[in-house]
Design a protein around this ligand. Structure first.
Ligand code: GAR
Length: 215
């Protein structure tokens, strides 16, 4: 049985967004959600150490051990079901997943993206590249988005967004850090809490929050 408040966080790297979830959990700010599993797509992901430090069970499912996205998604979906996960959070998870996981978890997979979708998103737009794209375009404002995952990369219904100013002296690294601090690390725990409280309603592309966003 899937339990809505058992959360799996999927990671590939440093895991600062995972850390934001861990910290929110310690403050009892995840809407009753429990960080039940961290799955890493590579064994050297530093996020695994953060999870271990917080006493969260971990699993490593190396992407390179699987011939393609479909086989990888199948193994991942099985693992999540076995662990009775009800909410899947992609937090710096750098691989595209196929339809199987979306069918298994309809409107129950959240992704954090470091731009204001639909800008600077889709296949190839991940991590530092997103901020390089924003600086190259010359936008004055960027930000972060938390959205539900569908089969279209970065194309699912938007849950929360927050704008962040771009400054003249920004490098991709400086901008990445500011977007994380001002937007991602706040939005992701808030979206998880709203989900666990059963307050997110999805109709077509539109997500409404029962009772409004009371942050
Ligand atoms: C974050 O900025 C996250 O939004 C981004 O990768 C970074 C991971 O950092 N994700 C994507 O670009 C997905 N399209 P973290 O490992 O420190 O959380």
């Amino acid at each position: 049985m899937l339990k809505p408040c058992r959360i799996a966080v999927l990671v590939s790297g440093g895991g600062t967004n995972l850390q934001a979830l861990i910290d929110a959990g310690r403050r009892d700010e995840l809407g009753g959600g429990e960080l039940a599993l961290v799955v890493a797509s590579r064994p050297d992901a530093y996020a695994l150490q953060r999870a271990a430090g917080a006493g969260i069970p971990t699993a490593v499912l190396p992407r390179k051990d699987y011939p393609g996205s479909a086989a990888y998604t199948h193994a991942l979906t099985q693992l999540l079901r076995e662990r009775e996960i009800g909410l899947v959070v992609l937090a710096g998870f750098m691989h595209i997943l196929t339809e199987e996981i979306v069918s298994a978890y309809p409107n129950a997979i959240l992704n954090v993206h470091p731009a204001l979708i639909p800008s600077f998103c889709g296949a190839g737009a991940y991590g530092l590249h997103v901020h390089e794209m924003a600086l190259a375009y010359g936008v004055k404002v960027t930000g972060a988005t938390v959205h539900f995952v569908t089969e279209e990369p970065d194309g699912g219904p938007v849950v929360l967004q927050k704008a962040v100013e771009v400054l003249p002296e920004d490098t991709p690294e400086l901008l990445q850090r500011r977007v994380m601090e001002q937007a991602e690390w706040k939005l992701l725990p808030r979206a998880v809490a709203l989900f666990c409280q059963g307050r997110l309603r999805v109709e077509g592309r539109k997500v409404t929050i029962d009772g409004g966003d009371d942050r």
